[in-house]
Design a protein around this ligand. Sequence first.
Ligand SMILES: [Zn+2]
Length: 304
Amino acid sequence: MVKDCSIGVDLGGTNLRVALVSRAGEVLERTETPSCPDAGGDVVENLAAAIGWLFSDRVAGIGLAVPGLVDAQSGGIVTSPNIRAVEGVNLVDIFSRRFGVPVSLGNDASLAALGESVAGAGRDFNSFVLLTLGTGVGGGVVIDRKLLQAATELGHITVEAAGRRCLCGNSGCLEAYAGAAAIVAQAREVVSSGASTRMKNHDGNLTPEDVYRYAVDGDAAAAGVIITAGKYLGAGIASFINVFSPDAIILTGGLTGAWDILVEEAVREASRRAFPQLFQRCKIVPSALAGNAGIIGASALAFS
Ligand SMILES: [Zn+2]
């Protein structure tokens, strides 16, 4: 049997995505289930079941995109603030024994950057920084068409010295201001501060999409929350432009749905902060792969 496919896994804080991907980066089959971050060791069993469902003799290897800091050498997950259940777990060991093929592991945002570079918006650029704007904020860096082999915890650069607590243990991280969880937390604070906002009468738990919807419908307090997140995102982007002088910043993740408020504010803020020559040569564009960048990057890692 020709080994013409690999399995790419994206272990997100919210969803677990598993796909059968061709060598060219084409997603052939795909499954998605909630990752249940509070379900303890079940994350590993859910993952094994999803891989098993797509696994066949065609599969050359398995690539795992994991949120947090990973040790690619040992296959261990060092720290994963959004899925504590997999910290210290050696998924490479577990799955290579179970499926009998090579298993490789990388940071999810780095592998999303690799995926964009192989089959997405990154194909047009030699150097780019990818930012994933989801539950948290992640990032990956491609320089001269090669994935930068470094932690690249871009969501954990400090943007406010005495700022909000972050899940990583530090305070003032970009993620604590510009991630989806941060936007919801800030919206709740606005509601409990007694400010005039229709978010007060919202039924059920507020989501970032709700906050965006209220903002679009003219709620100034909701718009303020997203604009504030955009300013911090722009401060982060300006730093990445100054450090890496990339051809592009590629943005992906659920929050890019608020492009006209969040990202446009971030672009304005970045233009005020970055070196003008570096800002002008850098394009700020959306991902071309949406939710598939991580699994395509993980699959590419498995083939390498
Ligand atoms: Zn942090």
